[in-house]
Write a protein that binds this ligand. Structure first.
Ligand SMILES: Cc1cc2nc3c(=O)[nH]c(=O)nc-3n(C[C@H](O)[C@H](O)[C@H](O)COP(=O)(O)OP(=O)(O)OC[C@H]3O[C@@H](n4cnc5c(N)ncnc54)[C@H](O)[C@@H]3O)c2cc1C
Length: 401
């Protein structure tokens, strides 16, 4: 890349690359501690992912945030920051700003106003603290000088600082400005990055399952879903490509190509036992009419095809009733893949947490270089946990820079 001619230069105590959730929180925290802060972002708007989050209502935290809600090669890494900046700290910021919020379910807190209200709250705080945010800024090179300053050549100016914070997120949802910049920068400084994959992402079906469930696009069901010893209870949603919905997004973060996923579409109920009881009580009732008490007809067709469920119950052996119940309650399938980074809410993996202090987020190898938020190998479950990680890591880093 040929560096653009640079007309000005600027020095700050701290430069934060990335005006997303983690970067903005870090800027507030550092500026509150008296630091002069410059934020640089290549996008034309700050906090784009905040704007689209939570279906436009930003699921900004979760009441039940615990380290067990996060996936990382080192499950202990997130503990310190989550303890030092809790969900209650962020809720108190939201309350101070007078923004109304509601718990939707499972401790998930959403803004009652549009997501923009949360972003504006952060931008107003930055503004009040004198944080300068430079948008449309392409970073061309970053070097560390002998006097321990980082020098950034950009299309706008040359920037330098003793503390450089990387808050560039990762590759999920590239339409919102996501890039692998942070991982490349880590590698430039010889900092290890763990393998990355899309997380919280819909599954795709192979040709067989696609044909089987073709007519169910848009159908959603409360289900238990299981893979690799993990399970989640929430809705699944059939799409024209495969399976989505909160339960599927959650389990996708634990899925590896080739793994079988097991779904129980009727949790808290023993369909096999119930069918056998009904057979005793009402032998002349048709199996399909009993199944219709639980599922719409097109769902029954898709799951049971090519089995004949139109007969009176008395015509079925117990083992046949069990087999039919299992089609709904022990549905095993191997996803052909996922919809990839384009549709993933997060990126699993990232800057190896062994390389970074869990207290300050400073690289153990490169003094003055910090990594926060999604660029790190810390990924939350669905439900406000990823923003809580961005706030917590951003806040703690801001205190340390
Ligand atoms: C559709 C969708 C909905 C979501 N909903 C929720 C939700 O409701 N609740 C929740 O907790 N989580 C949600 N998430 C996840 C959450 O948005 C992320 O985990 C969180 O934004 C990560 O924060 P971050 O600051 O680390 O990165 P980001 O928010 O991604 O910010 C990174 C910033 O860095 C900038 N950047 C990237 N590369 C460069 C570069 N080369 N040069 C300069 N700047 C650069 C980007 O433009 C961006 O502004 C959602 C994600 C998606 C995709």
């Amino acid at each position: 890349m040929t560096p653009s001619p640079v007309s000005q230069s600027s020095t700050s105590d701290v430069i934060i690359i990335g005006a997303g959730a983690a970067g903005l929180m870090c800027a507030i925290s550092a500026a509150e501690s008296g630091k002069q802060v410059q934020v640089l972002d290549h996008a034309n708007k700050a906090g784009k992912k905040i704007l689209i989050s939570g279906g436009g209502r930003c699921n900004f935290t979760n009441l039940y945030t615990e380290p067990s809600n996060f996936i990382s090669q080192n499950p202990h890494f997130c503990k310190s920051a989550l303890k030092r900046y809790t969900q209650w700290d962020f809720i108190s910021e939201v309350d101070k700003a007078g923004l109304p919020w509601s718990e939707k379910k499972l401790g998930q807190l959403f803004s009652d106003k549009k997501s923009e209200a949360i972003l504006n709250m952060l931008l107003d705080r930055c503004d009040g603290l004198g944080v300068h945010i430079q948008l449309d800024c392409s970073i061309e090179t970053i070097e560390k000088t002998n006097d321990e300053y980082f020098v950034l050549q950009t299309n706008i100016a040359q920037y330098s600082c003793p503390s450089l914070v990387v808050a560039t997120g990762a590759m999920s949802f590239p339409t919102m400005g996501a890039t692998d910049f942070g991982h490349r920068l880590a590698k430039q400084f010889d900092i290890n990055v763990t393998a990355t994959t899309p997380g919280l992402v819909p599954f795709t079906f192979d040709a067989f399952e696609k044909g089987r469930f073709d007519g169910l696009s848009g159908v959603s069901m409360d289900s238990d879903i299981e893979c690799n010893g993990q399970s989640f209870r929430e809705n699944i949603l059939f799409t024209h490509k495969g399976l989505s919905g909160p339960a599927v997004l959650q389990i996708s973060s634990y899925w590896q190509p080739g793994n079988t996923v097991t779904v129980n579409c009727l949790p808290d109920f023993d369909l096999g036992e119930s069918l056998k009881e009904q057979q005793k009580k009402n032998p002349n009732k048709h199996l399909v009419s009993i199944l219709k008490n639980h599922f719409p007809e097109r769902t029954i067709k898709a799951f049971c095809n090519p089995l004949d469920v139109s007969q009176p119950l008395q015509n079925y052996k117990h083992s046949e009733l069990e087999d039919i119940a299992n089609l709904f309650q022990k549905w095993h399938f191997i996803p052909s893949g996922t919809e990839g980074y384009k549709k993933a809410e997060v990126t699993l993996g990232g800057v190896n947490t062994d390389e970074v202090s869990s207290k300050t987020f400073e690289s153990k190898k490169v003094k003055g270089l910090f990594f926060i938020g999604e660029v790190l190998d810390v990924t939350g479950h669905l439900g406000g946990f990823n923003f809580q990680w961005a706030w917590a890591s951003g806040y703690c880093c801001g205190q340390a820079v």
